[in-house]
Ligand binder design. Sequence first.
Ligand code: FAD
Ligand code: UDP
Length: 373
Amino acid sequence: MKNDKKYDYLIVGAGLFGAVFAHEAKLAGKRCLVIDKREHRGGNIYCENVDGINVHKYGAHIFHTDDKDVWQYVNQFVEFNRYTNCPVANYKGKLYNLPFNMNTFYALWGVKTPAEAQAKIEEQREEFAHITSPKNLEEQALTLCGKDIYYTLIKGYTEKQWGRAATELPAFIIRRLPFRFTFDNNYFNDAYQGIPIGGYNALIDNLLDGVEVRLCEDYFENRREYDSIAHKTLFTGCIDRYYDYKCGHLDYRSLRFEHKSLDVSNFQGNAVVNYTERDVPYTRIIEHKHFEYGTQPHTVITYEYPDEYAEGKEPYYPINDEVNGKKYADYLAMAQREENVIFGGRLATYVYADMDDTIAAALRLANEQLNRH
Ligand code: FAD
Ligand code: UDP
């Protein structure tokens, strides 16, 4: 292929990062080709329409941000509804509001005022005041909130999520537990929140409007050919795979989803219900229609099971411990020496990034690449 026929950018991955970058590059007059190994665009924010309900195939996604620029940016492409995430926790059949707020404290202890709640939490913490330097997550949580909250709402969920005993998990995971002494069940503190009207696919489709996208194409199946068709490659897949695992495999925590269509109009009355008992094998049940105030006569629910990661499964949560941090640093050093390849997105930078962080990072990279300041 002649040089002048080359694309300016080959973008590996039609997820949110790749889509934002492609949009910006196109605006700057660059020719881009986006490829994705999946049969759909959108990466993990993709929704499958099941009988009129947008089903979040790769885990529930709620857009929330404190960054006004990012909020304005996404609002160019889609409008957002007023969905506010107010998850409920089910522990042994009893329901508690999250995040920890006056409704939670009332359900736990019957306390009715902030002063009563604060006094109760102090009393609960008192029992563990002798732990001055917590060695693990369990000790850290007990010193922060005492045993009622810990055993009812934290221990079982966390152990399921990470597949390890709380006494074997590092304390730093919960250095802080947000307590709210108001009757406010909004999970997030951010100024802006919602679900795109029409679903996340509308956001991705609008970002990729006018950009050439090829699906079911895996970069690794024809690496040499792909590298030759563009001046530069933006790679948003797994960085360890990119370098043939030269510095070892990066670890992940995976998830398994079980979707069910039910002939009832309202299964649980809320989009998200967490199951905080260790013995219930799933961590939460998602009822998708409630993200969009659906009024259909039927519903779709998803059981979310934490899962050990193995090759062939989806890498969902990076395990950002010391061993993996060291391996990633080695990959990053190699990446920084590349001239025609740039890396971005959650898999190539081995981070857990919310959607707003992903958009902000893609815009930063685009500004750098396109010489915009
Ligand atoms: P991805 O969406 O993973 O996109 C990468 C794409 O690259 C994929 O489509 C993949 O198929 C493709 N690809 C990889 N390798 C290749 C290859 N070799 N060849 C071709 N294509 C390839 N954020 C929020 O703000 N709110 C939430 O509520 C929220 N919930 C989440 C829940 C879960 C369970 C998880 C795991 C994440 C959640 N996030 C949430 C984060 C959000 O999913 C990410 O910010 C976002 O999806 C990252 O986009 P990305 O493009 O970096 O990655
Ligand atoms: N968590 C918990 N009980 C709950 C929900 C969350 O103890 O009912 C803890 C748990 O350790 C989890 C962390 O909070 O790993 C973050 O959970 P969240 O649902 O906020 O984030 P996500 O898992 O969706 O990234």
